[in-house]
Design a protein around this ligand. Sequence first.
Ligand SMILES: [Zn+2]
Ligand SMILES: [Zn+2]
Length: 138
Amino acid sequence: MIPASKRRMTLQRKIILEEIEKVNAHPAADEVYELVRGRLPKISLGTVYRNLEILSESGLIRKLDLGDGQWRFDGNLKDHYHVQCIRCGRIGDVFCKPCEDLEESVQEKTEFEILSHRLDFVGLCPECKRKEEQQWQD
Ligand SMILES: [Zn+2]
Ligand SMILES: [Zn+2]
């Protein structure tokens, strides 16, 4: 049984989804636009935005806010965290057990009923770290 969202998939939407699933760079909308333009030269940025909304609402991609002022899109639907480089902006995936203890302790402290949490890591990617170390050696 194909989910309703897939049945009504237009060709444009299908190509956008394929391009997002292909990369693990977590592209922003304008980067998705660049990716799909190779296959759909006539597509507009507005159409890309609209389809990204529909795809994330149907749960086929994830929409991420990593605090850098733009939405990013992830084709990997498995539970995972993200790590972003403060120098070059590169985003990596972090697969580790969801921190359920954290939710419990926040619930105790705040008396909120915690439903989920958002957690992002920031740091220096291996490449930027190497550059930084080289700089200090010179
Ligand atoms: Zn970096
Ligand atoms: Zn991811």
